[in-house]
Design a protein around this ligand. Sequence first.
Ligand SMILES: Nc1ncnc2c1ncn2[C@@H]1O[C@H](COP(=O)(O)OP(=O)(O)OP(=O)(O)O)[C@@H](O)[C@H]1O
Ligand SMILES: [Mg+2]
Length: 246
Amino acid sequence: MTAPTPQPAAGRPAALELDDVEVAVPDGDGTRTILAGVALEVRRGELVTIAGRSGAGKSTLLAVAGLLRRPDRGEVTIAGRPTSGLSGRERTVVRRDHVAVVHQSAQLFPSLTAVEQLELVAHIRGRLDRAARERARALLAEVGLAHRMDALPAHLSGGERQRVAVARALMAEPSVLLADEPTAALDPERGQEILDLLAVETRERDLATVVVTHDPVTRSWPDRRLELRGGRLHEAGGPGDDGALT
Ligand SMILES: Nc1ncnc2c1ncn2[C@@H]1O[C@H](COP(=O)(O)OP(=O)(O)OP(=O)(O)O)[C@@H](O)[C@H]1O
Ligand SMILES: [Mg+2]
């Protein structure tokens, strides 16, 4: 696969907005602030990477962005809808309709074939009809797995499993795609392929994508690179940054 061509996301509507997000966690007798006023806006068609040392709060940030965790303060707006005032049930609906997540490990069901992993997404929504089955096959073909549709996870390579996970995420037709170190378990070449795939899908499907990665290969990408440090997001790759992300 060739590297994606950059297309300006400027002017596109934001699908994900974090405003002044604060998260503190219990620490001994007190609390420790993990996110201290995080602001982030990701437009449709835009891919943003976030780096930062272990424990910096990257996974916490994605959990907040994906409505899996309520921040202690601040607002998360998904597809134009502020979520802080929503009930747990309403948040679940927004998450289901708009957010997809890719993890470090593919987290596939061992007993389901590749195509069944995707069909399950439609089944859970009560919409496993013929069109959904066709879409599942088309998505797997799109991520380069046309020949592996009926394979079980145990018979797929790590890179192939991660491709299934990406296709499964797309099956839900999200507007926001969140990936937490999706390349960490892969060799550099397979990792680059997954990152390229995420970038291509971001553009083709007009997704607002956030990828947490330590991977220096992201330097080849044209999109915004951020670093989470001291509970806040900073631009990475500016003057004085040699690209050696910690
Ligand atoms: N519910 C919780 N209770 C206590 N501490 C927590 C909780 N959730 C997260 N933390 C702490 O918050 C900090 C940030 O964790 P987080 O998983 O977001 O970091 P990370 O940047 O993703 O790290 P890594 O690169 O290792 O994945 C860590 O010190 C973690 O132990
Ligand atoms: Mg993490």
